[in-house]
Design a protein around this ligand. Structure first.
Ligand code: 13P
Ligand code: 13P
Ligand code: MG
Ligand code: MG
Ligand code: MG
Length: 383
């Protein structure tokens, strides 16, 4: 028998702007899931928040993309939204981009990460949940966890990891995916995933037997809606130990608060700060972007836990560094690279500004005719 872990999340409205989820909406969603557990739709669940995002962590025996489980999540979000509306929470229903559920929650706004596996005798997993950033924020940590021996000692010293891993990379603009193998193809892999706004690591498999190792939610809200509707605050599930990286190897990349896209109005780069549940909220400039990590053991389909893995002085220095980086980069105000580049500002007010100024742009004699084309993806005529 296989067990499925489904992490489905949505921002359905929050307390004090985009600060954090209101406890009453957590209760509303929990009630819906408790009833479904009683009826046997799911085996167990844990509801929590990453900043202003409501997180449903569920286990069941129905496989990924199961209509019943997806509809359950949808119902939980709808019920929580009702409470959010009653309380006048900010941006109530923000990530529910559609009114009609038709069998699958993907494409309707919520973020989805699901994996199905035969449980090992002991099955540790880590669920990462981030706020004020995008799915590609996990590219760098995933590379380190599954392809960098300076991060993951097991790649060198554990024979079960020694063959390496396969990365499934999704092009979110084209809706295409490519599989790249580590270590053989790491330069090609990095060439793609170094552009996290477009190329997102969707899944990682162990190469020796294609066992699933990690999965990331890859929904891009602006690409679904065609306009700015907040960031796509992602989630990720990673399996650990006994043939996978150790929990400590899975957490290690987050000791480096790397720069990610998101933060204020989804339009700024900032450091990703690892925090415990008590700090799963945002303040300064609606950030800085945060990530929490909850560890569980999965046994007979039951979630045992959680362990609040970043609630540890061992990550104090990463948090302090994140503060310093936040101070430094904030001083750029509206300038790149703090503010995102033009391609990523496409779904903000920038196009309107350009449209308004269009007729005020006058030709200038520059003494040469620029050859470089600026259409996305078009190669420039230079090195
Ligand atoms: P323990 O001896 O504490 O179980 O440590 C085992 C281990 O491999 C830690 O990474
Ligand atoms: P969220 O996607 O977390 O709602 O953030 C939206 C925003 O604009 C923060 O400034
Ligand atoms: Mg919000
Ligand atoms: Mg959010
Ligand atoms: Mg969001």
């Amino acid at each position: 028998r296989t067990t499925t872990v489904s992490v489905i999340k949505a921002d359905i409205g929050s307390l004090a702007g985009h600060h954090r989820v209101h406890p009453d909406t957590i209760l509303a969603a929990s009630r819906v899931l408790a009833e479904a557990k009683r009826k046997g739709v799911i085996k167990s669940f844990y509801v929590t928040n990453a900043g202003d995002d409501l997180q449903l962590i569920m286990t069941h025996f129905k496989g990924v993309d199961n209509p019943e489980v997806h509809e359950l999540a949808w119902t939980a979000f709808r019920e929580a939204t009702k409470v959010a509306k009653d309380l006048g929470l900010y941006a109530a229903g923000q990530d529910l981009l559609s009114d009609a559920f038709s069998g699958n929650i993907r494409g309707l706004g919520p973020g989805v990460a699901e994996m199905e596996f035969v449980e090992r005798p002991s099955e540790p997993i880590v669920v990462f949940m981030a706020d004020k950033t995008e799915p590609g924020a996990f590219n760098l940590p995933l590379y380190k966890i599954f392809a960098d021996p300076f991060n993951t000692a097991g790649l060198v010293i554990d024979p079960r990891l020694h063959d390496g891993f396969i990365f499934e990379v999704l092009d979110v603009f084209e809706g295409k995916a490519v599989e790249l193998r580590a270590p053989e193809e790491i330069y090609d892999l990095l060439a793609l995933i170094g552009t996290p706004s477009r190329y997102v690591v969707k899944r990682v498999y162990r190469k020796s037997d294609r066992e699933i190792a990690a999965v990331v939610s890859s929904e891009r809200l602006s690409l679904i809606a065609g306009r700015y509707v907040g960031k796509d605050d992602p989630v990720m599930i990673v399996r650990a130990q006994s043939g996978f990286p150790a929990v400590g190897e899975v957490l290690e990349p987050f000791a480096f608060p790397h720069l990610v896209a998101g933060w204020m109005r989804g339009s700024h780069h900032g450091p990703l700060m690892p925090v415990g549940l008590k700090d799963s909220k945002v303040s300064r400039f609606d950030g800085p972007p945060r990530v929490i990590a909850l560890g569980f053991q999965v046994k007979n389909g039951e979630l045992i836990g959680p362990a609040d893995l970043f609630d540890d002085p061992a990550f104090d220095e990463a948090r302090r560094q994140a503060q310093m980086i936040a101070d430094y980069i904030r001083r750029h105000g509206p300038f790149m690279p703090h503010r995102l580049g033009p391609e990523e500002m496409e779904y903000t007010t920038l196009p309107e500004v350009l449209k308004r100024l269009k007729d005020r742009f006058k030709p200038v004699e520059m003494g040469y005719k620029p050859k470089v084309k600026h259409e996305a993806g078009e190669a420039a005529d230079v090195d």
